[in-house]
Design a binder for this molecule. Structure first.
Ligand SMILES: Cc1cc2nc3c(=O)[nH]c(=O)nc-3n(C[C@H](O)[C@H](O)[C@H](O)COP(=O)(O)O)c2cc1C
Length: 399
């Protein structure tokens, strides 16, 4: 059965894409995208905390065509939005990583490929007319990861993202309830109670089998072949990255390294001291340690600690262009989005990703016009009211 996606312009905001993804995907796949760790406190707070930042517009200002262009690590972007690494995207849509990378390149931005992807990194790079970053987990150990880093360099990836907040996968309760463990046992009696959710989504099921069924991880080449889906949890736990690893990774990679998973000014300083070219204030979209502060709340502390020595990026909770504008006003150079485009991919494939980026782009243009600001380069702290207590850590950091 061939799958036709819904008309993408019918999606007015990211929440519309989310609802459409929920309608198309089996529950376990949708919840894998949508869910967070434990009580999902950080997941919710990431989005909600943007509401605590107010705008201070300048009215009666002419802003005919706001300029959204920026650069990150010297790479020109058509808007200050990068697609974050999202593992298992091939479960959301056939050849999902290639499809998302194509859409990112066409939109003039960077696609970040997760180690935990179902498509070969070479094929993903070829699929995008734009730049791409490779996100590294050390699954399989130093030799396996080192070989992948070489491949990423040869394929033309322009930066390496090192994610430092995943010494173990977070406790995603939805995944357990949906039978994530049982479904991977391949034992019919254990799988049976969880099969109904797939039968209820025949269009997805047909696309899934058409794309080869359960994906493996071709960018984690173990001695006996690609890492299997069922092994990812154990492999992650055996492969904790530490600051000591930066040395050998830098020797092999030789290009810019982006450290993702910064929560404090202290770690921001440490990352820069260890040679990071950019850092991402990120809590993995609330999927790892539940109870950590929302990233927009942490941003002032990180910018005060390291903003003059490195490029600061932010992710987690970005669903609207106004969120992006707030982050830029508070010192981020650009944002990464994960779910915002993953919902689009799950809902409608490439056109869904394109629509997600278009929604954010249109939002940013409108917000700049309403703020009376001519370009993202001109955004600064004077356009926002930030809660005073968020800035207290800043004063302590710089004291
Ligand atoms: C389904 C899903 C899978 C993810 N997989 C990875 C991954 O493999 N590596 C990684 O560094 N981050 C991963 N992330 C985290 C994202 O890179 C990003 O930090 C997060 O999605 C930002 O929050 P947001 O979804 O609210 O935009 C994943 C996020 C989602 C939603």
């Amino acid at each position: 059965m061939r799958e036709f996606g819904p008309v993408p312009s019918a999606f007015v905001n990211i929440e519309d894409l989310r609802r459409a993804a929920r309608r198309r995907l089996p529950r376990s796949v949708f919840d894998y995208i949508d869910g967070g760790a434990e009580g999902e406190v950080t997941l919710r707070e990431n989005c909600r905390a943007f509401e605590d930042v107010g705008f201070r517009p300048r009215c009666a200002v002419e802003t005919p065509a706001p300029d959204l262009r920026t650069t990150v690590l010297g790479t020109p972007l058509s808007l200050p939005v990068i697609l974050a690494p999202v593992g298992s995207s091939r479960m959301f849509w056939p050849r999902g990583e290639e499809v998302a990378a194509t859409a990112a390149g066409a939109a003039g931005t960077i696609y970040s490929l997760s180690t935990l992807s179902g498509c070969r990194l070479e094929d993903v790079k070829k699929a995008t007319p734009g730049p791409a970053w490779y996100q590294l987990y050390l699954c399989g150990g130093r030799d396996v990861a080192g070989a992948t880093v070489q491949r990423a360099r040869d394929a033309g990836y322009s930066a390496l993202i090192l994610t430092i907040d995943t010494p173990v996968a977070g406790m995603r309760e939805r995944d357990l309830r949906n039978g994530a463990r049982e479904l991977l046992t391949r034992k019919p009696f254990e799988m049976l109670p969880h099969i109904g959710q797939f039968l209820a989504r025949p269009r997805w099921l047909s696309a899934f089998f058409g794309d080869g069924g359960l994906m493996q991880f071709p960018n984690v080449m173990l001695p006996d072949g690609p890492m299997l889906y069922a092994d990812v949890g154990v492999m992650l736990e055996q492969s904790t990255v530490t600051w000591r690893d930066l040395g050998w990774i830098r020797d092999i990679w030789k290009g810019p390294i982006v450290i993702k998973g910064i929560h404090t000014g202290d770690d921001a300083r440490r990352a820069v001291d260890e040679g990071a070219s950019a850092i991402v204030v990120s809590n993995h979209g609330g999927r790892q340690l539940d109870g950590v502060r929302a990233t927009i709340r942490v941003l002032p502390e990180v910018v005060a600690a390291a903003g003059d020595r490195t490029e600061v990026l932010l992710d987690s909770g970005v669903r609207r262009g106004s969120d992006i504008v707030k982050a830029l006003c508070m010192g981020a150079r650009a944002v990464l989005v994960g779910r915002a485009y993953a919902y689009g991919l799950g809902a409608a494939g490439g056109p869904g990703v394109t629509r997600a980026i278009d929604i954010l782009r249109t939002d940013v243009i409108r917000t700049l016009k309403l703020l009376g600001c001519r370009s993202v380069a001109e955004l600064d702290a004077s356009y926002v009211d930030v809660p005073r207590e968020w800035l207290r850590a800043t004063a302590e950091t710089s004291a």
